[in-house]
Design a protein around this ligand. Structure first.
Ligand SMILES: *Cc1c(COP(=O)(O)O)cnc(C)c1O
Length: 414
């Protein structure tokens, strides 16, 4: 693979190769990342990218879409089957644009909606003041309790009844605990609001049956590149009564020509998620995260909410006397990739917050299990407890590389 690129543009080729090697030789522990299958990557690298197909299958503005229509219909049908959904729109380019489309469909500018506070684990698009969502809409925020660091559903209901938002958004990017989507639906419907479940991070766990279901929500949005392990993209699923509004909001509301090469790759990842090995993969992601949290906790690092129910672990780096930036940078030098993150009731700045977020989807894709998670937990602990020690980081990096050799990702790119 990549032979033509190598011949024609060695500069780009060499950078691509370096990135592939970085992924291969390190521990990718950013919980929103994964290693998609070669089939998914191949679908994206096809001449489907050349085609314009504004509109929807059977209703295109350009000719020559007979095969594109079949591909997009296949992606739609598979998405509907996988999520047991009435309707699927597979055109959104990313999670953020998909959320924009849902807001555009369901709200008017200035309308009130409710999402999780960014520093408590919500996403930027759930109403952060620096994001379109916080600028265009009147966003009310719920968060977690100070002592449990979990959502309190009674308080959530109270806030919803007091504020009466038109839409309630569930879902998060840095919340290590299970989300009760049925409770969100019940609360939303009590006040006549729409429930949007943004399951981007945990979608794989849901489909694998190791997280509570989200099908009671009126609208479900998910990215396809996180625990679902597909291409970098997103989809929207909804009840029949919202189908027209959602489709109109995506096109012509927000986007132009859809990325049909990515839609083909989405179809491939939906098929992969229906295969028998998908459920054990998701089970292992969760088991691996639990072990990781236990090792780090036993080593004296404070774990937000004292553990995890899903694929991610959020730690308080200040519990070992450092910041999230110092810790994540030191880990990077040791070949372990995480990201700095705010923690609930954050007292530091978002650029150098207290937390570090890490997860297990990518390592689990490589075949790593409990034993490797214990090793990773020990590597992480030793770096975080002595982040300035260059020899230590060099030694850990060697150990990381040794471990990764046993768990290759893509032989196709070697
Ligand atoms: C990742 C994520 C998004 C945004 O996805 P992008 O593809 O990065 O735009 C939205 N919501 C949640 C909860 C996410 O985790």
């Amino acid at each position: 693979m990549l032979e033509s690129l190598k011949k024609q543009d060695s500069v780009v080729y060499n950078l691509v190769k370096s990135e592939i090697n970085r992924q291969k030789n390190g521990l990718c522990m950013i919980p929103s990342e994964n290693h998609a299958s070669v089939a998914v990557l191949e679908a994206m690298g096809t001449p489907l990218s050349n085609k314009y197909s504004e509109g929807y299958p059977g209703k295109r503005y350009y000719t020559g879409n007979q095969f594109i229509d079949q591909i997009e219909n296949l992606a739609i049908e598979r998405a509907k089957k996988l999520f047991k959904a009435d309707h699927a729109n597979v055109q959104p380019n990313a999670g953020s644009t998909a959320n924009q489309a849902v807001y555009f469909a369901m709200l008017n500018v200035g309308d009130k909606a409710m999402g999780m506070d960014l520093s408590h684990g919500g996403h930027l698009t759930h109403g952060s003041p620096v994001n379109f969502s916080g600028k265009l809409y009147n966003m009310i925020h719920y968060g977690v309790e100070k002592d449990t660091e979990r959502i309190n559903y009674d308080k959530l209901a109270e806030l919803a009844h007091k504020e009466k938002p038109k839409m309630i958004i569930s879902g998060a990017t840095a919340y290590p605990r299970e989300i009760d989507f049925d409770k969100f639906t019940k609360i939303a419907h009590e006040i006549g609001a729409v429930h949007l479940a943004d399951v981007s991070h945990i979608v794989g766990l849901i489909l694998g049956g190791v997280h509570k279901d989200c099908s009671s929500a009126d609208i479900v949005m998910t990215t396809t590149h996180k625990t679902l392990r597909g291409p970098r993209s997103a989809i929207i699923l909804c009840k029949e009564k919202f189908a027209k509004q959602i489709d109109k909001a995506v096109f012509p509301g927000l986007q132009g020509g859809p990325m049909e090469h990515v839609i083909a790759a989405k179809a491939v990842c939906f098929e992969e998620a229906m295969k028998p090995d998908f459920k054990p993969y998701q089970e292992q992601i969760k088991k691996n995260a639990a072990i990781l949290a236990k090792v780090l906790g036993d080593n004296g690092i404070r774990i937000i909410s004292r553990g995890t129910d899903n694929h991610l672990v959020l730690i308080d780096a200040t519990s070992v006397g450092i910041t999230g930036k110092i810790g994540s940078t030191a880990l990077e030098e040791a070949g372990i990739y995480t990201n700095r993150n705010t923690i609930p009731f954050e007292t530091r700045s978002p650029f150098d917050p207290s937390g570090i977020r890490m997860g297990t989807p990518s390592l689990t894709t490589r075949g790593m299990k409990e034993g490797e998670m214990e090793q990773a937990g020990e590597f992480i602990t030793s770096v975080l407890k002595d982040p300035g020690n260059a020899d230590l980081k060099k030694g850990i990096r060697k150990n990381v590389e040794k471990l990764t050799v046993e768990f290759p990702i893509y032989k196709e790119f070697d």
